[in-house]
Ligand binder design. Structure first.
Ligand SMILES: N[C@@H](CCC(=O)N[C@@H](CS)C(=O)NCC(=O)O)C(=O)O
Length: 229
């Protein structure tokens, strides 16, 4: 059986690639990783060649193509229900699925209003991030408040530092790229949200992915990466 291939986008900007990659790590699946840099003239054709939706992540495994991060996670969990994708406890697992599903289905305003860029940091002017107006883009503040409420309630229930307690699971993988946006744009949220964001940015998987983003920025050219929103 050939090794599974996981197709990913640019590490600094492709938020769903982070999620699919973390899923494979949590699921214990060894993959060959291939990167397609997004937003290049030839990107759409390359994406279409490996994914029916023309989007990444796409996992080619056992003769199938799985073209969505949540579907990849569920396939991995079915393959090995003892893996770290979902908590072992049924009630926690159901809760984790609600958290992951809500972020997977919603928050487009936050995604578009604060595009992910793991390498860029918004400049400070007069001691304040020069971007605070981004939070006033339609839906960004409301979406952020809902996410903060989710993080707060989950950590109240299970004690943190991650959403379901001490063990990082797929719900955290979905949350991590959202958290990174507030770091990129220097947005100061409530202290408990900032603590959660810090925990997400410093998780072993996120640290590994962030190092990859930095390496890619060096390869591609930082001036190009910093042009992204
Ligand atoms: N629901 C999909 C979303 C995938 C998605 O939107 N991927 C983006 C990158 S983060 C993409 O491939 N965009 C194509 C492009 O930029 O041309 C998932 O969870 O995997």
């Amino acid at each position: 059986m050939p090794k599974p291939v996981l197709h990913l986008g640019s590490a600094w900007s492709s938020s769903w690639s982070v999620v699919g990659w973390m899923a494979c790590r949590l699921g214990g699946l060894e993959v060959e990783e291939r990167t397609i840099f997004l937003s290049r003239p030839d990107s759409p054709a390359k994406l279409k060649a490996i994914s029916p939706s023309g989007r990444v992540p796409a996992l080619h495994v056992e003769g199938m193509v799985l073209w969505d991060s949540l579907a990849i996670a569920e396939w991995l969990w079915e393959r090995d229900p003892s893996c770290a994708i979902w908590p072992q406890h049924a009630e926690r697992r159901a809760y984790a699925r609600c958290l992951a599903a809500e972020v997977h289905s919603h928050f487009d305003d936050v995604r578009n209003g604060l595009p992910m860029n793991l390498v860029k940091r918004w400049p400070l002017r007069d001691g304040l991030p020069s971007n605070v107006k981004l939070m006033n883009r339609p839906g960004v503040r409301a979406g952020t408040e809902r996410m903060e409420a989710m993080w707060r309630e989950a950590r109240r229930r299970y004690g943190g530092p991650y959403l379901l307690g001490e063990t990082f699971c797929f719900a955290d993988a979905v949350a991590a790229p959202m958290c990174s946006r507030y770091v990129t744009y220097g947005v100061e949220l409530a202290p408990d949200s900032m603590a959660f964001i810090a925990a997400q940015m410093e998780s072993p998987l996120m640290r590994e992915w962030r190092a990859r983003a930095e390496r890619q920025a060096d390869e591609v050219g930082r001036e190009i990466v910093l042009q992204y929103p």
